[in-house]
Design a protein around this ligand. Sequence first.
Ligand code: S3P
Length: 234
Amino acid sequence: MLRRTPPLLLRSARAPRTPGAARTADRAGRQGTGDRRRALVLRAAPRHLPADPASRNTPGMDVPENIFLVGFMGSGKSTVGQHLADVLGKAFLDCDRVLEERTGVDIPYIFDIEGEEGFRRREAAVVHELTEKRGIVLATGGGAVGSPENRRALATNGFVVYLHASAELLYQRTSRDRGRPMLHAEDPRARIDELLAVRDPLYRAVADLVIETGRRGSRRVVHDVVRAIAERAA
Ligand code: S3P
């Protein structure tokens, strides 16, 4: 848990614009949600991947330079992302953790002081900065896809993986965690339904690959992602 620091650290509320944010070119010709991308949807369990992720056993595989994970709160982006980065020998970054390191406070505190609007400004700045990097696996916050600029930055700079789980499962995974201000509602289960109705099409619109995570552990999910990438490259 990060120590809460005075709001002084939050003074630069306006998110800096990065060159990436101004860029309008969309490499794959994708624009917003209207232009839904054709994503691979993978449900089957993996069979032919090495059990030991530390082996980084992906010789000759055409791995995308950047892999960006999107999905709802509780879908496992951070855990899967770290593990996937280890398997592929890439650096792992998490938008929320970078944001917390930069501000010196945790996400709920940013929501308390600046509201969702202030948080989204900061999140957008981090998304644009991090999507400019190369050789990374990036976990995004569950609401990052709400911004067309964020979606464009993700779609333009990397291979986007949507980690999908049912609303019920997401509720079970998030219900005991108070660190997610978007779910501080009288009826968090209904809130998840509401948010998912808006976000699911956005996750799908930006995704190159949709992975059904179900109740499987992160290792199995990582194997699915690697296998899908290998099949795509074949
Ligand atoms: C949010 C998701 C959180 C975090 C913030 C807002 C959202 O990230 O960015 O609390 O709007 O869904 P995780 O998806 O990693 O929980």
